[in-house]
Design a protein around this ligand. Structure first.
Ligand code: FAD
Ligand code: NAG
Length: 371
């Protein structure tokens, strides 16, 4: 989409209708942003999603997301630092309020000599640079040995050997935050919400989209169609060779009251050598997961581009617990979660595996530094 002119009375000609497919964090934020801009005050804005809200298998929704400016790419780190200001607003009606954001701190570690180390070093340099000359100087501390990491994580275990803690990073209750976001969008009274599964785009020519077709054959037309379909996007446009949707390992472990109390004060732990991360528990649920290339799910279906070549019929698309209720983490991933838990294990609590699920996310071939 071209960016709107700052002066609404000048040549910018806003679309009469905009259709957003997907009501995850990208779809809702896009709708909110459009609804607030005077240039679009006459534009009809519609969101369609295949699931009722909150979608049980969207990437945006579960117990938690790490909220951090700690990224290896300086531009991305600066952008995340900007967003972080909004997360830190703690009034009951603000994004970070009512328990939606917790500033637990983030311990980012890697082993010296491992592939993950350059990421952690760049991230460390980026947050130091962002804090320099601001009141936040002194909130990031280098951890030079496994002893220092152990003292910082406070769960009794861990044995990596280099990293740092950013005491101003934390985590968000992802589902509660999405419910908050949806309320902001609804409050504008500018957006129509529909439930329906888009099965294809409607093309008026090979390069021009005029809307979508739903699985019940209804057509929804719009001047501008925006896909915010996350990992499902390759089922609607041809993304082969550009990015690929892969499945990531996520586990949610029921813990006892004593375990909850013992771990409540830990920082988020993100290990760039193994890709494993652990988010401090809430409501007796501990999340242990992995950032990585993930698992592919090659699927044979017609290529979604208007002129597919007949040979090209395999794409990767999500397979979630909605498609297959018996879906379980591959054993290799389950073992990785066990290993991560054993490493950080403290006296006084024991990691257990009671409940797990797998969800999918789009991921380029760029490994862990995507998130
Ligand atoms: C394991 C994991 C850990 C992550 N950790 C973090 C983190 O700690 N911090 C962080 O900032 N980010 C994290 N991310 C990234 C972040 O969660 C995602 O980038 C973000 O949620 C993507 O949002 P989205 O709106 O693009 O996709 P989604 O939330 O998946 O939304 C897509 C929506 O489109 C709908 N849809 C799809 N196809 C169709 C169709 N054909 N018709 C109609 N509707 C359709 C779906 O129902 C869904 O609601 C993580 C992601 C994963 C998978
Ligand atoms: C991070 O993972 C590596 C590789 O599995 C491991 O050797 C190291 O001890 C881990 N560090 C922490 C702090 O858990």
């Amino acid at each position: 989409m071209s960016s709107p002119s700052p002066n609404p009375s000048s040549s910018f000609n806003p679309p009469k209708s905009i259709l957003i497919v997907g009501s995850g964090v990208f779809g809702l934020s896009t709708a909110w942003s459009l609804a607030k801009r005077p240039e679009f005050s006459k534009t009809k804005i519609t969101i369609v999603d295949r699931s009722s809200f909150p979608a049980p298998d969207g990437s945006s929704i579960d117990t938690s997301r790490i909220i951090r400016p700690d990224y290896a790419d300086p531009a991305y780190a600066a952008l995340a630092a900007k967003a972080h200001e909004t997360w830190r607003q703690q009034g009951p009606d603000e994004l970070g309020g009512s328990g939606r954001y917790s500033e637990s701190g983030l311990t980012l570690v890697a082993n010296r000599g491992s592939n993950g180390l350059p990421y952690v070093r760049s991230s460390y340099e980026n947050v130091l640079a962002l804090n320099k000359g601001t009141p936040n100087e002194g909130t990031v501390h280098e951890l030079k040995s496994s002893e220092e990491i152990k003292n910082c994580v406070r769960t009794g275990g861990t044995n990596g050997n280099w990293g740092y803690i950013n005491t101003r990073s934390g985590w968000a209750d992802a589902e509660a935050s999405m419910i908050w976001l949806r309320k902001q969008v609804e409050a504008t009274k500018r957006v129509t919400f529909l439930i329906g599964t888009v099965c294809s785009l409607l093309y008026s020519s090979a390069s021009s989209v005029e809307g979508v077709k739903l699985s019940d054959n209804t057509a929804i037309k719009a001047d501008l169609t925006i896909l915010a379909t996350g990992a499902w996007t390759p089922t609607l446009v041809d993304l082969r060779g550009r990015c690929q949707a892969t499945g990531q390992v996520l586990s949610y472990i029921d813990i006892s009251d004593a375990e909850q109390a013992a771990l409540a004060k830990m920082p988020v732990l993100l290990n760039m050598s193994s890709g494993m991360f652990v988010i401090p528990p809430a409501n007796n649920i501990l999340k242990v997961a992995r950032h990585g290339y993930g698992y592919t799910n090659p699927t044979t279906m017609p290529c979604p581009s208007p002129n597919p070549s007949p040979a090209d019929t395999t794409i990767c698309c999500p397979r979630t617990a909605l498609d297959d209720p018996t879906l379980w983490i591959p054993q290799e991933g389950e073992m990785a979660c066990h290993r991560a838990l054993r490493e950080m294990e403290a006296t006084g609590w024991n990691g257990r595996k009671d409940q797990k699920k797998i969800i999918q996310d789009s991921n380029s071939s760029d490994d862990i530094n995507l998130y």
